[in-house]
Write a protein that binds this ligand. Structure first.
Ligand code: AMP
Ligand code: MG
Length: 423
């Protein structure tokens, strides 16, 4: 058999193909109704609309006195405004009667303004006189120190949109509008297989020539952190029949499949053909002009994304980060950003070493971020090392991309470091 070469797609064309296939042929997973605690990190299937105003009444934001703002106009330390003091506003209940003109009602933070009152003055600017009158020594404008009814959320407002991944503060707004149960996508199930005759499990002691399966564990972490449910399916030998059978079995119970190792076109690389046998349309891209990550397979099998990742740990994780995370997000119903890779948080940092790159190929360097206090900026310290090393990823905080059209980046340039650990 002669040498075969992996025909490569550019990252941009592979991404366009991938995003197009996801949008055209992959639907979101089903939705389930859950309580608030279970909604954290999950993606909303529908927008949540407020049924009521929040707050439902005008509230004081200070401890002090509810007043009519007009009664305080012109008040100063030299010439205070004087008020009759009425009964205190109870917490958690309406004041028993409207506020008479020229009167002030003691009120605590969060208390409901009595009808007629339109401002609150802080206790610090008030003095209770021996005759029971209240001297107020600064004016309050209408609405001052008040959160008015509906100021936070208005009835009918969409407080959270469909496709939004719920954060802790979102649980707070859901509670505020009384949405104790919400409809979210179930976590996409992602089956994970490792392939290679040399691989053994984490509990085994590797014999000569054997190595422990690193990728399955790191990928479980990435999937779970991104809101998926990882289904680790174990290690498969470099055998075409076993690979096809185990891949089909793993995918049967999953929404997406990841296989690491065996994705090139060497004599022991059967992943491409195994993936192609799983369903329609099969392999979309095999080989991408990126480093690490060239021997990558992107495929769909009957509406389910399937990725063949390179075996080298750093390659596998970079490719999963670039192509796997958008697929997972798509399954979870997160809208994609118009065909572009989803925008991920990045830090601008000054590159401290030159980064080489062959033109036409995208390079993804791992980099550690170090805060440079005197300069008031981040420094990006590349963590060099072969893609077979997992320690380079561990020492990195994110990735620096050298675009295909560049032949490198120079020390001293400002670059973007896309942070690890985001979905
Ligand atoms: P492959 O992509 O199968 O050619 O593998 C490339 C390199 O990655 C080889 O050195 C493999 O031993 C290694 N490798 C493959 N899969 C894994 C894995 N799951 N964990 C750790 N190393 C792996
Ligand atoms: Mg292999």
């Amino acid at each position: 058999m002669g040498f075969r070469f992996l025909p490569v797609a550019t990252v941009a064309s592979a991404m366009a193909t991938w995003q197009g296939a996801l949008r055209g042929r992959v639907g979101p997973v089903d939705a389930v109704e859950v309580g608030l605690a279970a909604a954290l990190g999950r993606v909303l299937a529908f927008a949540v609309t407020a049924a009521e105003d929040v707050p439902g009444f005008d509230r004081s934001t200070v401890d002090g006195y509810a007043v009519r703002a007009a009664d305080t106009f012109g008040a100063s330390e030299a010439l205070p405004a004087y008020f009759d003091v009425t009964g205190a506003v109870p917490m958690g209940a309406a004041a028993p009667r409207p506020l008479p003109v020229g009167a002030a009602a003691p009120i605590a933070t969060g208390g409901m303004l009595p009808p007629g009152a339109d401002a609150a003055v802080m206790a610090e600017y008030c003095e209770l006189l021996p005759d029971g009158q209240l001297a107020v020594n600064r004016p309050a404008g209408p609405g001052e120190n008040v959160i008015s009814r509906g100021e936070d959320v208005r009835a009918g407002d969409a407080v959270l949109r469909a496709g939004h991944a719920v954060r802790p503060q979102d649980l707070g707004v859901l509670a505020a509008v009384g949405a104790g149960r919400v409809v979210v996508r179930r976590r996409p199930r992602v089956a994970i297989l490792s392939t290679g005759d040399e691989l053994v499990g984490v509990e085994a002691r590797p014999g000569p020539g054997q190595v422990r399966d690193i990728n399955a564990h790191a990928l479980v972490g990435m999937v779970e952190q991104a809101g998926g449910e990882a289904l680790p399916g174990g290690i498969v030998p470099d055998d075409p029949e076993q690979l096809a059978r185990r891949a089909a079995a793993a995918l049967a119970g999953a929404d997406m499949l990841i296989i690491s190792g065996g994705s090139s076109i060497g004599s022991r690389d059967y992943v491409g053909q195994a993936i192609d046998s799983l369903g329609e349309p099969g392999v979309l891209v095999h080989g991408i002009a990126m480093r690490p990550g060239k021997p990558t397979v992107l495929a769909l099998a009957d509406g389910r994304p399937v990725l063949g990742l390179p075996g080298h740990p750093a390659s596998a994780l970079v490719v999963f980060w670039l192509f796997g995370l958008p697929a997972l997000a798509h399954l979870a119903g997160v809208p994609a950003g118009g065909g572009a890779p989803r925008v991920q948080p990045a830090v601008r940092a000054r590159l401290v070493r030159n980064l080489a790159s062959a033109p036409g190929r995208e390079d993804y360097y791992r980099a550690a971020l170090i805060w440079d206090e005197p300069a008031g900026e981040w420094r990006a310290e590349p963590v060099f090392g072969k893609s077979g090393l997992v320690s380079t990823l561990v020492r990195g905080d994110g990735l620096v991309r050298v675009p295909a059209e560049e032949d490198g980046l120079a020390a001293g340039e400002m670059v973007e470091v896309v942070l690890f650990g985001w979905r």
